[in-house]
Design a binder for this molecule. Structure first.
Ligand SMILES: Nc1nc2c(ncn2[C@@H]2O[C@H](COP(=O)(O)OP(=O)(O)OP(=O)(O)O)[C@@H](O)[C@H]2O)c(=O)[nH]1
Ligand SMILES: [Mg+2]
Length: 218
């Protein structure tokens, strides 16, 4: 009989939520000591976070020892999708919380043997607002939106773009059937954060994924 996989449910302590930034710094230090490079993928529901992580892992799984943490309110669908590529995952169900926070990540660091890991991808809960309150202690934050959310999606959610290092605009394969001004989306991201790197991708056909891998230097 095959083992039924479950998700990790972590009870939150209010004080720790308040101390998120301090704990994120600790996470960063521990990950550095363990030589683990960590990346936090945030973005709108359905923008393609899991699809992009799947694309990246397919390309680098031979070269790196990967761990993917998937944050989701209630299911382990995303972790199962990633595991199909032979990559180790931990699914965290956040219940009523609309974002992962640094306490979730600290619990993974504390309770799992990460000695075999050199790259950690964290897929945050699909949300363009909540994750801006909670850094996790990663090296870089990547915000993912797609053209199907409309050309105003970046302008309407400045906070996450302000605090991210890379902005991915996904689903470019659908550009001919979408009435969106892609240049406006790029300009909005640059206006909000002049230092942000912008990468256009299609997780459907793989366009832009090598560029994203190069930008992450992995
Ligand atoms: N055409 C097209 N479809 C895409 C692309 N990226 C993702 N999709 C589809 O969009 C849907 C949502 O993709 P996911 O990867 O689940 O998106 P997500 O951001 O992880 O979603 P949540 O975890 O639910 O927030 C799926 O049906 C994907 O197949 C893309 O570049 N082009
Ligand atoms: Mg997902």
């Amino acid at each position: 009989m095959s083992e039924k996989k479950t998700s990790l449910i972590i009870e939150l302590n209010e004080d720790l939520i308040e101390n998120n930034d301090r704990l994120a710094e600790q996470n960063k230090e521990v990950l550095k000591k363990k030589n683990i490079r960590a990346f936090d993928f945030v973005g709108a529901i359905g923008a393609g976070k899991t699809a992009i992580i799947e694309n990246i892992t397919k390309k680098i799984a031979q070269k790196h020892k990967l761990l993917v943490i998937n944050g989701d309110v209630a299911t382990r669908i995303d972790a199962d999708r990633i595991e199909k590529h032979g990559v180790q995952t931990i699914q965290i169900n956040t219940g009523r919380e609309c974002a992962l926070n640094s306490y979730h990540i600290s619990q993974v660091i504390k309770n799992y043997d990460l000695n075999e890991v050199d790259i950690l991808f964290i897929e945050n809960v699909g949300n363009l607002i909540c994750p801006s309150d909670f850094i996790l202690g990663t090296e870089k934050r990547i915000v993912i939106v797609s053209i199907t959310e409309g050309e105003w999606v970046i302008q309407k959610h400045p906070m996450l773009f302000k605090m991210s290092d890379i902005a991915v605009i996904n689903k470019l394969d659908l550009i001919d059937v979408m009435d969106v001004n892609l240049d406006k989306m790029v300009e909005d991201a640059k206006k909000i954060n002049p230092n942000i790197k912008i990468i256009k991708t299609s997780a459907f056909n793989g366009d832009g994924i090598p560029n994203l891998i190069d930008t992450l230097e992995i």
